[in-house]
Write a protein that binds this ligand. Sequence first.
Ligand code: CA
Length: 233
Amino acid sequence: MSATILVVEDEPAIQELISYSLRQARHEVFCAKSAEQALDIVNNVLPDLVLLDWMLPGTSGVEFARVLRRSARTKSIPIIMLTARAEESDKVAGLEIGADDYITKPFSPRELLARIKAVLRRRSPEAADDIVEIGGLRLDAATHRVTANENEVALGPTEFRLLHFLMTHSERVHSRSQLLDQVWGDHVFVEDRTVDVHIRRLRKALEFSGKDALVQTVRGSGYRLSSAPTATM
Ligand code: CA
């Protein structure tokens, strides 16, 4: 599971240690030594997770977390607070501002990676290198392979991401704009119709196996992946 991670930490030695460990674990890392610098980075690249030091020069980590939570674009980015404080009241304050987890320094790289993995898995199951299987359709995120009743399905990169998202969030209906946000990502301006085009391609790729029926249209709402027969076509 590799993710784009923003490390906001003003102590160079700790920043170095964290970014080294994250890169070793195949994560893409951006580093900032202040909240102001972090905001510049976030304006360009939307990270999958933020590691945020509590005590920063200038704007504090807690204040920066509030800034992220206030904006629609950044409010759902998982945040892990890093802190030298071990008091219970600080932990509560950190969680109240919407941090997903809290690590007290000193921590081992192994512990940090485990916490990151847990948060990412909880917040975005599609980021995990897991195998999902629904109704005879199987997607292996680690090897990028999709099979339908054990026959390989050839998919383009967008169709793969679309299917991955739908399979990891199955049974729920997703509107076109939700799919654009989740699959095409941030800062991308494409028409809602683009979703229909890729759904059509995805179904076509699955047609030979009959698994195209798993990708269901919910009239007036959007799309859903379900192994239950459709009633709303
Ligand atoms: Ca600090």
